[in-house]
Design a protein around this ligand. Structure first.
Ligand code: PLP
Length: 475
């Protein structure tokens, strides 16, 4: 397929603007570019075809099953889009007066109230643009808290080895030293190791529960208690609330700070870079540190800036239309629908796991939450077929692969998250494909080394793509 720059023809394009009928304001020379901007020039028809061609070469939730673990690729109801495109939401300007956007402030406040109720937090900010950005913000709250108490010696953040890679990265960015603690055989936090790790230099703990191997840590109350006893705060990575929303609340598990990914659990399209939203919630004692401004209720709704706020982490109020979509989703499901969605997500994951566990080895025994992890270590040893080969084989069946080689503590890992929005027929079909691929691995491993054969491009040099990316078009 030709790049858009290769299709470009000079002078072609959408020059449909009428002649200027107002005085032309000219820019000061110092602001003018010296070389013309290299933009492709195309007719609208060709442009439309170009993007349609690209759409056909990619895979989204609308194309088929997408069990990408830890990413919650659920179906995003179209009514969310309808609400987000209402002119009262889509066509406002962030510098409009507060009186003229009372409805939008109400969206922010209502979303805060609902999401606080779901997570067990007391206050929330919608500024962070994604999960990792929420982590950074949440950890800045942690830092502001300790500094406000004169405890600058608290420099360490404890992170289990099963954590999402963004956790240690965010802690490092805030200037904390990361202390990694190992998981136990059964995939949970090792309490003894945790007790050894805490001290008066502990700023806090970052934890996902259910964790990235899809297990709910049964010792969660004891874990947060150990952290609190040491004077630290407990941070909940709630990127994936899909297993627990409406069922249990991180606030009740003893967590003080949380981020959630509206673009995962609360059904906004994601992948390909956004826009996302990673709101940060916290307990009352931390609320004054939240990014400013926050929405306050008086005669009217207004923005307020707390003098102890950590400041802004994003321009204006974050990706507002993502919040509109999430609020629509919450209102559509309601108090009964939200826990039902979680229960179905857990049921679907357990169903698939149960139907595969006679062939594929599961990384952990027992029931899972919203996702499960298989280890293909034995299959690779016996047949030479790796997790990568199975993932590529799935592509030929129109399925997006699961998350591969993550979490790092499981070898040859495939992490499957079916989500609640898939029908039993889709799950059965996927199970059948997984089972067929297993037989193929035994009988004809070479064919899987060569997969995919039906996709627009065959197997890519993934290392090359990561190490030597071509980011710029040069003629
Ligand atoms: C997705 C995810 C993140 C990061 O979220 P982004 O929006 O991609 O920055 C963090 N933690 C966990 C557990 C996740 O699944």
């Amino acid at each position: 397929m030709e790049l858009i720059f290769e299709k470009s023809r000079s002078g072609r394009g959408c020059s449909i603007l009428p002649e200027c009928d107002v005085p032309v304001a000219s820019l000061n020379n110092q602001y003018k570019r010296e070389i013309p901007l290299n933009l492709p020039e195309m007719s609208e028809n060709d442009l439309s075809r170009h993007y349609t061609e690209l759409i056909k070469r990619t895979h989204g939730v609308n194309d088929g099953f997408y069990p990408l673990g830890s990413c919650t690729m659920k179906y995003n109801p179209k009514i969310n889009e309808e609400m987000a495109s209402l002119p009262g939401f889509a066509k406002i300007h962030p510098l409009q007066s507060e009186e003229s956007v009372q409805g939008c402030l109400e969206v922010l406040k209502l979303s805060e109230q609902y999401l606080c109720e779901i997570t067990g937090m007391d206050a929330m900010s919608f500024q962070p643009a994604a999960g990792a950005h929420g982590e950074l913000t949440g950890l800045l709250l942690m830092k502001a808290y300790h500094e406000s108490r004169g405890e600058k010696n608290r420099t360490k953040v404890i992170v289990p080895d099963s954590a999402h890679g963004t956790n240690p990265a965010s802690a490092t960015m805030v200037g904390y030293e990361v202390v990694t603690i190992p998981s136990t055989e059964d995939g949970c936090v090792d309490l003894e190791k945790l007790k050894e790790a805490v001290g008066d230099d502990t700023a806090g703990l970052m934890l996902t529960n259910p964790n990235t191997v899809g297990l709910f840590d049964k010792n969660i109350l004891e874990i947060t208690e150990i952290i609190h006893q040491s004077g630290g705060l407990a941070y909940y990575d709630g990127a994936n609330l899909n297993a627990v929303m409406g069922v249990v609340r991180p606030g009740d598990m003893g967590f003080d700070i949380i981020h959630i990914n509206l673009h995962k659990t609360f059904s906004t399209p994601h992948g390909g870079g956004g826009p996302g939203s990673g709101p940060v919630g916290c307990k009352k004692i931390l609320a004054k540190f939240l990014p400013a401004p926050t929405v306050c209720i008086g005669d009217k709704l207004s923005f307020e800036t707390n003098p102890e706020s950590i400041g802004r982490v994003k321009s204006f109020y974050g990706n507002f239309l993502v919040v509109v979509r999430a609020l629509t989703y919450i209102c559509t499901l309601g108090k009964e629908g939200i826990p039902q969605a979680s229960k179905n997500a857990v049921l679907n994951a357990n169903y698939m796991m149960a139907k595969l566990s006679d062939l594929y080895q599961m990384a952990y025994e027992g029931r899972c939450m919203h996702e499960f992890v298989m280890t293909l270590e034995n299959l690779k040893r016996d047949t030479g077929v790796s997790a990568m080969d199975i993932a590529k084989g799935l592509l030929d069946h129109g399925m997006h692969p699961p998350t591969m080689y993550f979490p790092l503590i499981v070898h040859e890992a495939l992490m499957v998250e079916p989500t609640e929005t898939e029908s039993k027929e889709t799950l059965d079909k996927a199970i059948q494909v997984f089972r067929e691929l297993y037989q193929t691995a035994k009988q004809d491993p070479q064919s899987l080394h060569e997969a995919p054969v039906k996709t627009p491009v065959r197997r890519l040099d993934e290392v090359g793509a990561a190490r030597k990316p071509k980011l710029k078009f040069e003629r």
